[in-house]
Design a protein around this ligand. Sequence first.
Ligand SMILES: [Zn+2]
Length: 302
Amino acid sequence: MPSYLGVDVGGTKVAVAAVEAGEARHLTEHPTVLDSTEALLEGIENAVCEVVARAGEPEAIGIGVPSQVEWATGTVLASVNIPLAGVPLREELSRRFGVPVFVDNDASCAALAEAHELDACDLVMLTLGTGVGGGIVAGGHVFRGADGLGGELGHVVVEADGPPCFGTCPNRGCLEALCSGSAIERAAGRPGREVVEAARAGDAEAQGHFDRLGRYLGIGISNMVNAFQPEFVVIGGGLSAAADLFLETARTEAASRALPALWERTTVQPAKGGNQAGVVGAGLLALQEHSRAGDTPSSSPT
Ligand SMILES: [Zn+2]
């Protein structure tokens, strides 16, 4: 049985596993080395070699990075938290490993894992963490736009005159500006974890922040439903652990806004994949894209 490797490069750890039938095997995790690009690549190489030693040589390797990636070349165009900006990651790693390598945004990989888990062909994933990430699976494949930069669902506007967004986004009132961990911290003036605890303990002000988050998330979800008619909208990321504080509000809001015929066919739920969604999704990416590439010369991507 051909094996595929998934690599999930996060801001704190690099996870690598052989992915078979949507399951991670021989999983290894190492702290992400952020000192330099070369050190980071070496760390990835070592982790991959460790899994290859146990699982055997893979057919192809999929890599998810928290970055903007030009899909055709696998070049990282922008990367906030890890030193990969400008790095031709696909070329660099396929040279090191001698097998085809496919590079994508981590949120797209996670969305693929969720779609596999739910046996869905059309799915939208929103990851609520420090920022808001988005992944779209349409017709069974990742939707990326012309160059691979599309699917930035965190920057869909849900409040025209809302608060300014974060990072390099010039917009206001994006999902990220209203529904991220950073947005909660900015609004509450204290760490997100504390706001969650306070809301659970019945603090009305803290609950108000999550009501507001839920309402704006619901507006965003209604836009996703109307645009993509997904079978599922799944909510992942660190903040989804507090979904009990806002998901019902989001559903109610989305239900009142999405076109009824579409809404009736959509399920909104927390993501299932947990910590391994990234690495499993990266492995599924390798499987899918390698199969899709067929007998084209993808073994030596240039
Ligand atoms: Zn934005």
